[in-house]
Design a protein around this ligand. Structure first.
Ligand code: FAD
Length: 431
């Protein structure tokens, strides 16, 4: 009899809580990863860099497991069907995994756990990808928070009182299922090709984090951690990172709290996936001009900070947070395009795409979300440029033709667009 450990968004051996507990119990552990056809089939770009990233991480895990004389079982298919065949192939006693809080994942795991239970197999899941789970930070009355600041205060109080100790696998090789290396399907075998996008390293740059509050707003500076993709796929441990953050920079720790805040919001309000957090905002009659939307996507709006951001995203799969705010505000307010269009575009392109944070970020920018900020605060792309990229270093990197006659005229006038947005929002919300 053996225990399967099912990797999902926790692709590391180090300080992986579910794996640690699986390794501690008496059955041998066989690690498993499923290329989930339900997710992969929805990806239009067959060179999607996130799939290449996962593939590289699996190859690394497989090598690390070889040091334990074990390997990684990799399957491709719908998870429930994969388990239906694995239970025929292996004498499975338990399945261990780490919890995933997205609506799709909750449903998937409930179905798998149900099936396993019918087969007499126990399914155990653990908290791993967050410091505090969705129901661990609540008001005195036990309600979930709707606003960030009180949530973050409560989070910090609890963090200070909690002893967080990263765990390490002991060296017992035979605690893993002993096997020769198991095959890793190629990217092609699962319908993909390698991406050419350069993928960021999981190294934590202490100096960057120490200066984070000073540098994080300037897109031309390497002032943020670039750890988003590693938090997304669990190639770093949130516990280790939060402990480092607490000793290096409060503002940085605060950003990690935003991550958990949006996860909590999505968990308790799964309707936000396609509805405004504040329902009245679903009355806004978005203009949704397809031509203007495509100028935005391509970085050809004639607003240099917006265009630089979109071109950075299209080329690298990354966009600086300040510029994410400016581009998202521009799309939803200046062009009056539905935030769901922008959200879907970012979801396709961002290496660090996270449903909860992306949805939260878009609803924040559109004014439809949890934030108390009134809708009439509209980013002015020109003054944002003046404040955060004064010497045009960022703009010139991505929009080299800026300042020449090759660069397009603005597709909308700022003053007109601002007044139009105010009028449209006001009318929809006053109804
Ligand atoms: P750092 O600034 O170094 O921050 C460290 C980590 O903290 C990030 O990797 C991320 O996990 C977390 N974090 C930082 N800021 C936020 C935030 N505002 N909300 C939630 N978590 C945060 N972040 C995503 O991880 N995935 C997304 O899909 C995403 N989409 C966004 C869309 C919009 C419109 C906006 C305005 C923001 C979005 N963000 C998203 C938040 C933020 O822009 C990115 O987390 C950050 O830019 C990633 O770069 P970094 O890893 O260098 O972050």
């Amino acid at each position: 009899k053996l225990t399967l450990f099912w990797f999902r968004r926790d692709l590391r051996l180090e300080d992986n809580l579910g794996l640690y507990y699986a390794h501690q119990q008496e059955k041998q552990v066989l690690p498993l990863f499923i290329f989930d056809a339900e997710i992969l089939d929805r990806l239009e770009d067959k060179t999607d860099a996130r799939v290449t990233f996962i593939h590289e991480q699996l190859s690394r895990l497989r090598e690390e497991l070889a040091a334990y004389h074990s390997s990684l079982l990799v399957r491709h298919g719908k998870p429930l069907e994969v388990f239906q065949s694995l239970t025929q192939e292996y004498p499975i006693q338990n399945v261990y995994t780490n919890r995933d809080y997205e609506p799709y994942a909750k449903k998937r795991d409930a179905e798998v756990a149900d099936y396993l239970q019918q087969q007499g197999i126990d399914f155990y899941d653990f908290k791993d990808q967050v410091i505090f789970e969705t129901d661990e930070i609540t008001t005195d009355k036990g309600d979930f928070y709707k606003v960030f600041t009180p949530y973050s205060k409560r989070w910090l109080q609890k963090f200070e009182k909690t002893q967080i100790t990263p765990v390490k696998l002991d060296g017992r090789k035979q605690a893993f299922f002993q096997t020769k290396p198991l095959p890793l399907p190629s990217l092609r075998a699962i319908g993909f090709e390698a991406s050419k996008i350069k993928l960021p390293s999981p190294e934590v740059d202490d100096t960057r984090i120490r200066n984070y509050d000073q540098t994080r707003n300037f897109p031309a500076k390497a002032g943020t951690s670039r750890l988003g993709i590693h938090l997304r796929f669990g190639t770093i441990s949130i516990r280790k990172l939060a402990l480092e953050a607490a000793s290096l920079n409060e503002t940085f720790l605060n950003e990690l709290i935003w991550r958990e805040f949006y996860m909590m919001i999505l968990y308790h309000n799964p309707q936000v996936v396609d509805k405004a957090f504040k329902p009245a905002y679903d009355r806004i009659p978005w203009r949704n001009d397809e031509k203007e939307f495509s100028y935005w996507c391509e970085g050809k709006t004639g607003y240099p900070l917006v265009d630089a951001g979109m071109r950075e995203l299209n080329t690298t799969g990354y966009m600086h947070n300040r510029v994410r705010m400016v581009t998202a505000s521009f799309l939803t307010k200046h062009l009056l395009v539905d935030w769901r269009w922008g959200e879907a575009y970012f979801a396709k392109k961002l290496l660090d795409y996270e449903l909860s944070s992306n949805n939260g970020g878009w609803q924040w920018a559109a004014g439809t979300g949890t934030d108390a900020q009134p809708y009439f605060r509209i980013f002015n792309p020109a003054s944002q440029l003046e404040k955060f990229d004064k010497d045009l270093r960022y703009v010139k990197t991505w929009v080299p033709e800026y300042g020449t006659d090759q660069y397009p005229e603005p597709i909308v006038d700022h003053k007109m667009a601002r007044e139009r947005a105010l009028a449209v929002f006001k009318e929809a919300l006053d109804q």
